[in-house]
Design a protein around this ligand. Structure first.
Ligand code: SF4
Ligand code: SF4
Length: 229
């Protein structure tokens, strides 16, 4: 079978003899055909998230994707492109933007119900697939993106966080209200995380803290002298 890999501006075709999974195919090419092919991988078992790429326009982990004849493989979008399928995950800085981490620790004994609230969000492997799939980043590079918002949610509902308000404040600008709720991020997550739903939850928590959608306010909250029917 043949697969195509984006190298520079063009797709280059490679004949695959043995491999079944995409990562195996990339290693087969590197060992037998062209050692200059650049790509990243780590655990080879869907745990580290390092080998995320796009196949036929959809994000996937190379170690999990079963290749088909004619597959077209590209690097993730919006990250700093280094070479071939290799990118530098610049989007990791978005976690600082959303403040998706523990700020002020307070002692609290978590029960099963508390843990269930953010259990799945804690499984994020930072593969950046959801980030690459998000259409908002095509028009607004300042948008925090799905996984940084999921992480914000994970800590905002953690009972051991004594300053959740600062997280909620951090996701107002270029954050929760900029998401179109298209669900593309949820579709590609290899860990079954649902960033779209987490963003909706963050909107609810934002409203409880007195924040609201600025677009909604502009459209309906006041008189627009230029408005005509
Ligand atoms: S649901 Fe929101 S965060 Fe997810 S891909 Fe769509 S716009 Fe981006
Ligand atoms: S939320 Fe899912 S798709 Fe996004 S970075 Fe985490 S594991 Fe990857």
């Amino acid at each position: 079978m043949q697969i195509k890999i984006k190298r520079g501006d063009e797709f280059k075709a490679y004949k695959i003899e043995k491999a079944k999974l995409l990562l195996e195919a990339l290693l087969e090419i590197k060992h037998n055909i062209d050692y200059t092919l650049a790509f990243d991988y780590g655990c080879k078992s869907k745990v580290c998230g390092t080998c995320a790429v796009r196949v036929n326009g959809k994000e996937t982990l190379a170690c999990a994707h079963r290749i088909k004849d004619g597959d077209e493989v590209e690097p993730l979008r919006y990250e700093k492109h280094l070479k071939d399928l290799k990118v530098e995950q610049a989007s990791i800085q978005k976690i600082a933007q959303t403040q998706g981490y523990l700020h002020e620790f307070c002692e609290y004994t978590m029960d099963a119900q508390d843990e269930a609230k953010n259990d799945i969000q804690s499984d994020c492997i930072l593969c950046s697939s959801c980030f690459s799939a998000c259409p908002v980043l095509e028009v607004n590079q300042n948008f925090a993106g799905p996984y940084a918002l999921t992480r914000a949610y994970r800590y905002a509902v953690d009972k051991r966080e004594a300053n959740a308000k600062s997280i909620i404040e951090a996701v107002q600008k270029d954050g929760v209200w900029d998401c179109t709720l298209c669900g593309e991020c949820t579709l590609v997550c290899p860990k079954g995380i649902d960033p779209k739903s987490d963003i909706m939850q963050l909107r609810n928590i934002s409203a409880q803290h007195g924040y609201f959608d600025p677009n909604f306010s502009n459209n309906f909250g006041g008189f627009d002298p230029n408005f005509t029917f």
